[in-house]
Design a protein around this ligand. Sequence first.
Ligand code: ZN
Length: 163
Amino acid sequence: MPWRREYEKQRGSSNVSHYPEPELDELYRELILDHYRNPRNHGKLSEPDVVGEGYNPLCGDEIEVQVRLEDGRITEAAFSGRGCSISQASGSMMTEAVKGKSVDDVVALADAFMQMMKDPDFEPPEEMGDLEAFQGVARFPVRVKCATLAWHALQEGLKRRSD
Ligand code: ZN
């Protein structure tokens, strides 16, 4: 994405940030902070079909993900927990991203997300949408677990249900 590189160039090296989180592209950082401050789908569902939990000892992040299924499609999704801005924003954005999608599409999206977090040069597919905001975190290996926690919790929950 050339516009992004251009944008980073404009920011220049004089931009000294005292922000304690990894330095991400400004727009993406704001998106992540917005989801952290105003989490979407935060809480618990009544009678969830899938429940998954995750704990990241490196950072102390905890997350519980719940979804409701209807005809192989996720109709509702929620998360609860506590932790750093990246882990909680990821839970918020993940629940937004999976609602309305089929389980198969969600499994594929989770795989793509994991791949993106392993490889900073990964070209995210279009379905990634706003989730692309987390790609910058891939450059900070100690924070990758924060970003993937909610996805691991969902994968684990879905897997347990199908076993
Ligand atoms: Zn964290």
